[in-house]
Write a protein that binds this ligand. Structure first.
Ligand SMILES: NC(=O)c1ccc[n+]([C@@H]2O[C@H](COP(=O)([O-])OP(=O)(O)OC[C@H]3O[C@@H](n4cnc5c(N)ncnc54)[C@H](OP(=O)(O)O)[C@@H]3O)[C@@H](O)[C@H]2O)c1
Length: 280
C-alpha cells in the first residue's frame, strides 16, 4: 500500500503528510514543481496537465489510495474525472476528497467529483469541513498587516471554524481504516465565531485594534480578483461569504458529524508573533 497525497504541501495536506511519516506508512506527495519538503518523496503532478497523471504511478506502482485536493479552478470536474478514471485503471481502490461543509454530492465544484466517486466501484470519503483557522493567517493577512482589518462579505454570519490538524486526523483515518467510517462527514470546530469576534480575539493577541469591515459581495469579488484569483472563482467565493452571512455555516455547525477539539483562540495565540500579522 502506498498513499498519494495531491495538494500535499497545502493547509490540510501538510499535517496529513506528517501523520503518514509518523505511522511509517509509504506516502508520496505531489506539487506542480515536484519539490516537497524533506524527508518526503515528491513527484510532479498538475491537474491541468494530463501528461503528468502517469508520473506518480511510474514512481510507485503500488499506489492504491489517494487524497484529492481539487484544482483551484471553477471548471474542475473534467480534469478530476479524467484523473480519477486514470487512477482507477492503475489499481487505486480508495479516494478521500476534500470538499466543503456547504457542498453536497452533485453540487458545483467538488460536489461533482463527490457524486462521481459515489457512482464508481471504489471506496471513497468526501470530507466536508467548514472554514479553516489558517485562512485568518493566510488569506486575510494582507489587510490585517496593512489596515488592521479583516475585509469580506460574510456580515455577522457565524462559522464553526476548524483546525487543519483536526481535519488531518479524520483524513488519515479515512485513508487508513479497514472500512471508512463515514463517507460524507460535515466537520466543524468546537465554537462558532463571527469575523468581528475573531477581530476581537486577534486584537487581544496582537496588542492592537483589529476590526472586521463588511463589503458587498461584488466588492469582495473585486478584492480577490486584484489578489490574482480568476474572476469566476472569485465570484463563487464571494457568494460563499453571502451564504455565511445568511447563516449557512451556522446550520452546518448544528448538523456536524465530527467536532474537532482544537480551538481558534489557541491557534491565534500560538501564531501571535507570525510575520503575516505584523503591522507595516
Ligand atoms: N480554506 C478553507 O477554509 C476551506 C474550507 C473548506 C474546504 N476547502 C477546500 O480545500 C481545498 C484546498 O485545500 P488546502 O487548503 O488544504 O490546500 P491549499 O493550501 O490551497 O494548497 C493547494 C495545494 O495544491 C497544490 N496545487 C495548486 N494548484 C495545483 C494544480 N493545478 N495541480 C496540482 N496541484 C496543485 C499546491 O501545490 P503547488 O502550488 O506547489 O503545486 C498545494 O500543495 C479547496 O478545494 C477548498 O475549496 C477550503
Amino acid at each position: 500500500m502506498t498513499v498519494l497525497l495531491i495538494g500535499a504541501t497545502g493547509k490540510s495536506g501538510t499535517p496529513l503528510a506528517q501523520r503518514f511519516l509518523k505511522a511509517n506508512i509509504p506516502v508520496i506527495l505531489t506539487t506542480r514543481s515536484g519539490k516537497v519538503p524533506a524527508p518526503f518523496k515528491g513527484v510532479r503532478f498538475d491537474w491541468l496537465d494530463a501528461s503528468t497523471y502517469e508520473i506518480p504511478f511510474a514512481a510507485d506502482p503500488s499506489i492504491d489510495r489517494i487524497y484529492l485536493i481539487a484544482p483551484p479552478v471553477l471548471d474542475m470536474f473534467p480534469s478530476m474525472k479524467a484523473f480519477i478514471d486514470f487512477a482507477i485503471q492503475k489499481g487505486v481502490k480508495r479516494f478521500v476528497l476534500m470538499s466543503a461543509a456547504m457542498i453536497d454530492a452533485g453540487d458545483p465544484i467538488m460536489g461533482k467529483a463527490h457524486e462521481y466517486l459515489r457512482s464508481r466501484e471504489v471506496e471513497y470519503c468526501a470530507l466536508r469541513p467548514t472554514w479553516f483557522f489558517d485562512n485568518i493567517l493566510i488569506h486575510y493577512s494582507d489587510t490585517i498587516r496593512t489596515q488592521d482589518e479583516i475585509v469580506n462579505a460574510a456580515g455577522s454570519g457565524r462559522i464553526g471554524w476548524i483546525s487543519t490538524e483536526d481535519i488531518a486526523d479524520v483524513a488519515f483515518k479515512a485513508l487508513t481504516d479497514q472500512v471508512i467510517e463515514h463517507t460524507n462527514p460535515i466537520m466543524v470546530g468546537p465554537e462558532l465565531f463571527t469575523y468581528a469576534q475573531i477581530a476581537k480575539v486577534l486584537s487581544d493577541a496582537l496588542g492592537r485594534k483589529i476590526t472586521h469591515r463588511n463589503v458587498t459581495a461584488d466588492e469582495f469579488k473585486n478584492i480577490m480578483v486584484r489578489r490574482g484569483m480568476p474572476e469566476d472563482y472569485a465570484a463563487f467565493m464571494s457568494n460563499a461569504d453571502v451564504l455565511i452571512a445568511e447563516g449557512g455555516e451556522e446550520r452546518a455547525f448544528k448538523q456536524a458529524d465530527f467536532v474537532g477539539t482544537r480551538t481558534l483562540r489557541d491557534f491565534i495565540e500560538s501564531h501571535k508573533d507570525a510575520e503575516e500579522w505584523k503591522s507595516v
